[in-house]
Design a protein around this ligand. Structure first.
Ligand SMILES: *[C@@H]1O[C@H](CO)[C@@H](O)[C@H](O)[C@H]1NC(C)=O
Ligand SMILES: *[C@@H]1O[C@H](CO)[C@@H](O)[C@H](O)[C@H]1NC(C)=O
Ligand SMILES: *[C@@H]1O[C@H](CO)[C@@H](O)[C@H](O)[C@H]1NC(C)=O
Ligand SMILES: *[C@@H]1O[C@H](CO)[C@@H](O)[C@H](O)[C@H]1NC(C)=O
Ligand SMILES: *[C@@H]1O[C@H](CO)[C@@H](O)[C@H](O)[C@H]1NC(C)=O
Ligand SMILES: *[C@@H]1O[C@H](CO)[C@@H](O)[C@H](O)[C@H]1NC(C)=O
Ligand SMILES: *[C@@H]1O[C@H](CO)[C@@H](O)[C@H](O)[C@H]1NC(C)=O
Ligand SMILES: *[C@@H]1O[C@H](CO)[C@@H](O)[C@H](O)[C@H]1NC(C)=O
Length: 857
């Protein structure tokens, strides 16, 4: 490799030069072991990971302008006392001196815990930190930064090029009349992980490369894309880096996590580049090439404007084996960095990692504080799969022409400020609405969004004593006690099947919040058993319905997982489709097609703006029955909805009816039975009496409920109306009585007068009454109901033809999509309703699965 060769030459040259010029004493030529300093402490101490931190005393050049101090407050969220509870406070310029290998790159990590210290008010502290000519921090307020980021402590990480000297000086200086402080310092030798020719994006070809080897940088973000938090102790090369989950940064098309079961072979790549866990997990787009073709996968990062950033992409193909199977374009800030990325072509095989660096300048205007990383499949090269791949991502800020790496202190976003104020006061604000925005800086910012949410939940469960204003601040940290929560979301916890994960899109919480204006109440379009449903917009203009789980519901997780499992396998024109989901912190969100026209019930009763015509009503009923028919028969096994009612039949903008609310379906053990023994559930007024009596569920229970729906639509009255005379309270009972008496006509919605021919009415009501038969055996199948409704619809249309009125007709049964499903999967729908829960213990025991025999079709 050319670059390595050049670098070696350079080293050699520098080394010889430095030997000739300075002739260092033999002792200092030895590379020192990694240093971890517990600043302000006389003694060494171990952190929560049992890592040893030594006293900083012997490295101070002159100690007279500094004091040791111990923090006055102990944040409950502080995961380790070492190094945070003690601090070195600087009243004047003070330096540390460290011996180093003059030809090595070093990582310097600074730890700050902005607590108050005796006689020092931390909000007054502004620091300047430099090493040699390089400015690391300038006018830095740890207090403001931590507030803005909602963190208890901060870590700033720098990677500095070889110093060409045997020692380095790290200088702290108060800005103005204030004081400076630091809690911990790490100094770690880093193997050279950078190229001397990183490609500059957005400049003419061949013109721009940046010499990474001689660059000084600050790490801003380090992500294990598609994976979990990797704590410092699990990093490779002993570099003690933390790798964070990328979901808080995802924007645009969400993607899925893929865990590769492949041995990782580093070959030429230094193992210190990234640990194997980074390469084992990835994001890809999903199985639908048409969707992939038209969408981008984007991550958005808050950075400081007017800086150049080196963006490092980590790749490792663990699924495919050949070149030109997966080819994609990489963009930085909407400019092409590389158009034909093909990981196998780069590495030569499966399980071999590689990394690519691209450099981009952000611009110096307001609004340039965002860094966009975008990927999309390259269709032009006609790869076998339309997909992208990313395993890891690191973003480094390069020092500017004045050798400066410092950015401004962040400004908390408006929403954040509001939250800060609200939550300072009585502690009952809703943290769930905290939206992390504003400028951020430093490696320590990673994972904030997820953490805010985590801490919220934690706090609800474990009330902490009020320790003065900031105790609610969440922490992100490097200790073992926090690692499981830091990743924000864990796929392991919810045990989604790969199938489900592959069939649905993943949304980040950030995206969901953008879509709903931070779950603004004005966007609420409904409230269900699961929680509130919001209107939202994703991908610029796609309207969606966003169902957010009620965080207090313990049942939530099961419902959430099963609904995803269920819906990700079912695709039908007349079933509401699940677009994707979000699981982050403790938020569980499902994203569906937006049904512009709302529920069927909304359009039936008085006071509605629209009165549906008879034919419109028939079309909606036909659509809904197709959806149910598909559930009962189309998916190879029988699925019972269990909660068929007019609020669970929705209409899209074109009045296409879709069955919704699949609620809590679950696979279960009862095979080869014709029914399921179960505790009765359902909505009063729609409940199958046989099911009620015998507690045995078949798909005919849905038929009964649909019979009630048929009458509800015909009569435009509630299934249960307690304000009516006793014999009329239940629509089903009343309809059966009227049927026997031959007075059904009197029940018909007056708005429909003159629209229904007597033959059609007869056909319709006969069918509806059969649906309401006491015994399931006597009820028609959903297919029969569908057939009858279509027949009725034709009778009415034929009547129209004379007047030239036309209606679109769809071919029966079309819209079905074959979804591969394990033949033995026994699945049934569970109701998801507030109306009736006769036996909650049933649910608590998780026995609510509803299984029906596939009937050997
Ligand atoms: C300094 O580090 C380089 C690699 O970065 C290594 O080859 C060399 O042996 C080290 N020098 C000493 C004196 O340890
Ligand atoms: C620290 O200073 C800020 C403003 O300078 C003030 O609001 C705050 O009360 C002070 N805190 C303490 C503990 O004195
Ligand atoms: C870190 O490594 C240890 C030991 O190899 C392992 O038990 C642990 O699960 C790892 N933690 C994470 C978060 O990967
Ligand atoms: C990984 O693959 C090996 C062989 O290819 C197999 O034996 C093992 O069960 C797999 N592990 C998982 C978790 O799939
Ligand atoms: C990239 O383009 C999108 C629209 O396509 C725009 O919203 C975004 O601000 C752009 N990002 C940058 C950093 O220019
Ligand atoms: C994908 O990103 C590119 C560049 O930012 C943009 O031009 C294009 O419109 C995006 N496409 C979609 C579907 O978002
Ligand atoms: C951008 O940074 C350069 C130093 O690299 C500085 O000279 C210039 O003034 C900065 N521009 C703005 C708008 O801050
Ligand atoms: C220092 O930071 C504070 C807080 O962000 C800011 O108000 C002030 O203007 C800064 N001072 C300088 C000299 O940049």
């Amino acid at each position: 490799m050319k670059s390595t060769f050049n670098r070696r030459n350079l080293y050699l040259h520098l080394y010889l030069l430095s030997n000739l010029l300075t002739l260092p004493p033999p002792s200092s030529a030895e590379a020192p072991p990694p240093l971890s300093l517990n600043c302000g402490s006389k003694d060494a101490g171990n952190d929560a990971d049992n890592r040893k931190w030594e006293s900083d005393n012997k490295y101070l050049v002159a100690a007279d302008k500094s004091v040791s101090s111990t923090a006055l407050t102990h944040e409950p969220s502080l995961t380790s006392d070492v190094p945070y509870m003690t601090a070195r406070i600087f009243n004047g310029e003070t330096s540390y001196k460290f011996n180093v290998n003059s030809t090595s790159r070093y990582i310097i990590r600074l730890h700050f815990y902005p607590s108050n210290y005796p006689n020092y008010n931390v909000s007054d502290s502004y620091s300047v930190v430099s090493t040699g000519a390089i400015t690391l921090l300038k006018n830095f307020s740890a207090f403001i930064t931590a507030e803005a980021l909602s963190q208890a402590y901060l870590i700033k990480e720098y990677s500095l090029a070889a110093f060409n000297s045997d020692s380095i000086t790290l200088t702290f200086k108060p800005a103005g009349k204030s004081f400076a402080f630091v809690n911990g310092i790490e100094l770690i030798t880093e193997p050279e992980l950078f190229d001397d020719q990183a490609v500059l994006v957005g400049v003419a070809e061949d013109a721009g490369t940046i010499d990474g080897v001689s660059s000084n940088m600050q790490n801003m973000f380090r992500l294990n894309v598609g994976g979990q938090f990797i704590p410092p102790m699990n990093d490779s090369g002993g570099l003690m880096r933390s790798w964070y989950d990328d979901t808080p940064y995802m924007f645009g098309a969400g993607t899925i996590t893929h865990v590769g079961n492949v041995t990782i072979e580093y070959n030429d790549l230094p193992a210190a580049t990234a640990p194997v866990d980074v390469y084992r997990t990835a994001r890809t787009q999903g199985p639908d090439p048409n969707v992939n073709k038209q969408s981008n996968v984007t991550w958005v990062f808050q950075v400081d404007a007017n800086f150049t950033y080196l963006v490092r992409f980590h790749f490792c193909e663990c699924q495919l084996e050949k070149a030109n199977q997966r080819v994609f374009e990489i963009l930085l800030n909407n400019q092409t960095a590389f158009a034909t990325a093909d990981v196998i072509a780069w590495t030569g095989g499966k399980g071999i990692p590689t990394r690519k660096d691209y450099v981009v300048y952000t611009g110096d205007k307001a609004g340039d504080e965002e860094l966009w990383v975008t990927m999309h499949t390259n269709i032009d090269l006609n790869p076998e799969f339309y997909d992208i791949l990313l395993n890891g991502l690191e973003i480094f800020k390069l020092s500017d022409s004045k050798s400066n790496l410092a950015g401004p202190n962040p400004v908390p976003s408006k929403l954040m400020q509001k939250q800060l104020i609200a939550n300072r006061a009585p502690k009952n604000g809703s943290f769930a609405d905290v939206f992390v925005g504003g400028a951020v800086g430093g490696a320590a910012t990673i994972g904030v969004a997820a953490l805010v949410l985590f801490v919220i939940r934690k706090r609800r469960r474990v009330p902490v004593p009020d320790s003065g204003g900031t105790s609610w601040l969440p922490v992100y940290g490097a200790s073992s006690t926090s690692k499981s929560t830091i990743s924000g979301r864990s796929h392991g916890g919810s045990s989604l099947s790969t199938d489900a994960v592959c069939n649905c899109r993943y949304f980040s919480l950030l995206e969901i919040k953008r879509a709903t204006d931070g779950f603004d109440e004005s966007n609420v379009i409904g409230v269900g058993g699961f929680g509130k449903v919001y209107r939202g917009v994703v991908d610029g203009d796609t309207k969606v319905a966003i169902k957010r789980s009620n965080p207090s519901s313990e049942q939530g997780v099961n419902e959430f997982v099963t609904e995803i499992e269920m819906l990700s396998k079912l695709r039908h024109r007349h079933l509401v489709s699940l677009i994707g989901f979000c699981e982050e912190g403790n938020e569980m969100v499902l994203v569906y097609d937006y049904m512009g026209k709302g529920t069927l019930r909304e359009h039936l009763y008085k006071g509605n703006k629209i009165t549906l015509s008879w034919k419109q009503r028939l079309d909606i009923l036909i659509g809904a029955s197709k959806g149910l028919h598909y559930l009962h028969t189309g998916a190879k096994y029988t699925i019972i909805h269990r909660d068929v009612k007019t609020t669970n039949i929705l209409c899209d903008d074109n009045w296409v009816a879709k069955v919704s609310d699949f609620g809590l379906s679950k696979t279960g053990p009862n095979m080869n039975q014709n029914h399921v023994s179960t505790v009765v559930k359902g909505s009063f007024g729609y409940l199958d009496p046989e099911y009620f009596r015998r507690q045995q569920l078949t798909e005919k229970s849905d038929v009964y409920s649909f019979g009630v729906v048929l009458f509800e639509v015909l009569c435009a009255r509630l299934a249960l109306n307690p304000s009516l005379p006793k014999e009329q309270v239940s629509l089903a009972d009343y309809a059966l009585q009227s049927g026997r008496k031959g007075t059904l006509e009197e029940m018909v919605d007056p708005h429909l007068k003159g629209q229904i021919t007597p033959e059609a009415l007869k056909k319709f009501t006969d069918c509806a009454i059969r649906c309401l038969s006491d015994h399931g055996m006597e009820r028609p199948s959903m297919g029969d109901v569908l057939w009858t409704l279509e027949y009725v619809r034709r009778m009415e249309t034929n009547g129209d033809e004379r007047t030239g009125n036309h209606t679109k007709s769809e071919s029966s049964g079309s819209g079905m999509v074959e979804v591969p499903i394990n033949r033995n999967d026994m699945i049934a729908m569970h109701l998801n309703t507030l109306n009736l829960d006769i036996d909650d213990e049933d649910d608590a025991n998780g026995i609510f699965s509803q299984i029906v025999d596939p009937k050997g079709r």
